[in-house]
Design a protein around this ligand. Structure first.
Ligand SMILES: *Cc1c(COP(=O)(O)O)cnc(C)c1O
Length: 364
């Protein structure tokens, strides 16, 4: 390979080079089996070992308590938007959602299809450029659950600290910041994440769910595949799981362990984010950070330039120099650098050099 791109894609996103190389080496023949892992039964001993190792590695990294199940499901985080209310939102109760941006809004719209959905707090008036303070949250004491979006991938905001919802289950969409820092899983009733930002390739979704929330679904006639108890009872082998995707997730988990675990991952992520935000803030107003300072994401750094024309020029010229994925999401515009776990420090440093050079050529 000549040169790796400076990959700032929002998702699917950069994977660690070491993981890709290991997967390449095991692609055609897994171990001494005479076949690829993709050609094996999901009920055979070889695949089963990979499946169990992926679960064990995730449990180890997050120190997941024993009363939680780890599930590998399909359909992306978007399917969880429906599965959560179908399974947890009993008729006669309501669910509380924190409206923080584009992904929270999708989760809310989906929940409305199934039951009474209330907004516990919203930052819409601030164009979703901040995460509401925990003190702003207002929800009923008999809410079925409180849902938050840990990291708003499109707006570039992230929860710093999670609320303590007491006996009400806290449900978290961690699709774009899973594994970016240590968290206390026991604060949550349910955590979910599509794999394709920080965990592996698309096609696998992780659910970490407290056992007391698994059982007969809240609604009647929930399809078998959309029931948590189906997957929990069968150790995520009710039907054919995305075996190669789960293998890749396991390789990424092993890589995170090799880097020193989640605390080491967080330190590196903070270093990368600080460099980039410092470059934005130190540009004398040429680059403008979108998210309010206290709510800035360490995964997705969103920024603007003085005019849309200049932003287009930045996107185009950066691309010509080997930078990928810096154009902001079509719904909000601007620019966005996604700096997930697998994005190396060197990519961030190269981006900052380009930003400085671009500024010197385009300053009025
Ligand atoms: C990407 C993303 C989703 C959607 O994930 P899919 O796997 O494509 O359904 C949901 N929530 C957040 C926070 C995301 O970043």
């Amino acid at each position: 390979m000549a040169k790796r791109a400076y990959n700032f894609n929002a998702g699917p996103a950069a994977l660690p080079l070491a993981v890709l190389e290991r997967a390449r080496d095991q692609f055609v023949e897994f171990g001494n089996s005479g076949m690829s892992l993709m050609e094996m039964s999901h009920r055979g001993a070889i695949y089963e070992a990979v499946h169990n190792e992926a679960e064990a590695n995730l449990r180890e990294l997050y120190a997941i308590p024993d009363n939680y199940k780890v599930l590998f499901v399909q359909g992306g985080a978007s399917t969880q938007f429906a599965m959560i209310p179908m399974n947890l939102l009993r008729p006669g109760t309501s669910a509380a959602y924190v409206a923080t941006g584009s992904w929270a809004t999708k989760a809310i719209e989906e929940a409305k299809l199934f039951g009474d959905t209330k907004i516990a707090a919203s930052s819409e008036a601030d164009k979703y450029m901040r995460i509401p303070a925990i003190s702003e949250l207002d929800y009923s004491a008999d809410a079925a659950y409180v849902h938050l979006t840990s990291n708003e991938t499109i707006e570039g905001t992230q929860w710093v600290e999670y609320p303590d919802t007491g006996s009400i289950p806290l449900v978290g969409d961690l699709s774009s910041d899973i594994l970016c820092r240590p968290i206390d899983v026991s604060k949550f009733g349910l955590i979910y994440a599509g794999a394709q930002k920080n965990l592996g390739p698309s096609g696998v979704t992780i659910v970490i769910i407290r056992e007391d929330l698994i059982g007969k679904p809240a609604l009647s006639a929930v399809p078998t595949m959309l029931r948590y108890d189906t997957h929990a009872k069968a150790s995520s082998l009710y039907n054919t799981p995305p075996t190669f995707g789960i293998y890749m997730v396991n390789e990424v988990l092993k890589w995170v362990k090799e880097q020193g675990g989640l605390a080491a991952m967080e330190a590196l992520n903070r270093q990368k984010a600080k460099l980039l935000y410092d470059a934005i803030d130190g540009s004398g107003g040429f680059y403008i950070g979108c998210a309010q300072t206290e709510s800035r994401s360490i995964m997705n750094v969103t920024f603007r330039l003085g005019t849309e024309e200049l932003e287009k020029k930045f996107a185009k010229e950066s691309e010509a120099q080997g930078f990928v994925g810096l154009k902001g999401h079509r719904s909000v515009g601007g620019l966005r650098a996604s700096i997930y776990n697998a994005v190396p420090l060197e990519s961030v440093e190269a981006l900052i050099s380009f930003m400085k050079e671009f500024q010197s050529r385009n300053e009025g």
